[in-house]
Design a protein around this ligand. Structure first.
Ligand SMILES: [Zn+2]
Ligand SMILES: [Zn+2]
Length: 273
């Protein structure tokens, strides 16, 4: 696919990115919301079933995000053709160990970037036009995982363009990061909690964001801004202290703790006002 016009890359990546979304997000939706509906019902984090209207809205926003991400990908490959990126194709160039190290490094950098821009998106002055689309459906589904307003999609895409210009990355590493991002985002928006209560306080898994953690963000807006890891939320005081309780409550099938998440009045981060 190397050596083509910008328009060719844009068109090809538009198809690839959209196909990835329908395959992973759509496949997960089909599995959990249709085929395994009865089996996983007791693990649900939702207050009501998803409406077809909210899913159509998310599909439209995912189309918008696909335009932004495919533009970014076309820009990167066009530059690659002229040696204008740090992308490389020989895995031995920096050693095999570097593939793993660079993969983890990009995830940590992306999580950090996302935490801070996400917190900024919740500023009252910009929330409405930058981030409200992603929050329109109070309870997320896998379709929500790529539903962003155009400005938010551009900000997220800029991370990937920046990273391949600044850090040497093998093509396989970039693909692995993009797949991890897609699968993790679908998991965060699954709407079901599949892990046992120990997940929220186990010495290792407590550092990972999952369905319950991100569902709380979709309802309360003032906590849980991270993407993959709870590190920044814990360090900067935006980790909900009732998270572990909420996690256990869902899995015991008792009603979730009474929480401001049930009344989403506060849509923005008050500390930024
Ligand atoms: Zn979300
Ligand atoms: Zn948000």
């Amino acid at each position: 696919m190397i050596g083509h016009s910008f328009e060719f890359y844009w068109f090809a990546f538009f198809g690839l990115i959209l196909a990835r979304y329908f395959l992973i997000a759509g496949g997960t939706y089909l599995l959990f919301y249709v085929l395994l509906k009865e089996t996983v019902a007791q693990h649900s984090l939702r207050r009501s079933p998803p409406s077809s209207r909210s899913i159509w809205r998310e599909l439209r926003l995912a189309g918008v995000s696909t335009i932004a991400f495919s533009l970014g990908a076309a820009f990167v490959l066009s530059r690659y053709d002229f040696g204008g990126t740090q992308l490389y194709s020989d895995p031995c160039q920096y050693g095999w160990w570097y593939l793993g190290i660079s993969f983890v490094t990009v995830l940590v950098l992306q999580d950090t970037y996302f935490y801070f821009v996400h917190r900024m998106f919740h500023h009252p002055f910009i929330f409405k036009w930058m981030h409200s689309g992603h929050h329109r459906s109070g309870d997320p589904t896998p379709w929500t995982s790529f539903a962003f307003d155009l400005p938010e999609a551009i900000v997220q895409m800029i991370f990937f363009v920046g990273i391949v210009l600044l850090i040497p990355l093998h093509f396989a590493t970039v693909i692995a990061v993009l797949l991890t991002m897609t699968v993790w985002a679908v998991w965060n928006h699954l709407g079901f909690e599949l892990f046992p209560p120990s997940f929220a306080h186990h010495w290792l898994s407590r550092w990972f964001i999952g369905s319950t953690h991100h569902s709380i963000h979709h309802r309360s807006y003032t906590v849980h801004y991270g993407l993959y890891f709870t590190l920044w939320d814990r360090l900067l005081g935006t980790q909900d202290p009732r998270y572990e309780h909420e996690f256990a409550a869902v899995l015991k099938r008792s009603s979730p703790v009474k929480h401001e998440i049930d009344k989403p009045k506060q849509r923005t981060d008050p500390s930024l006002s």
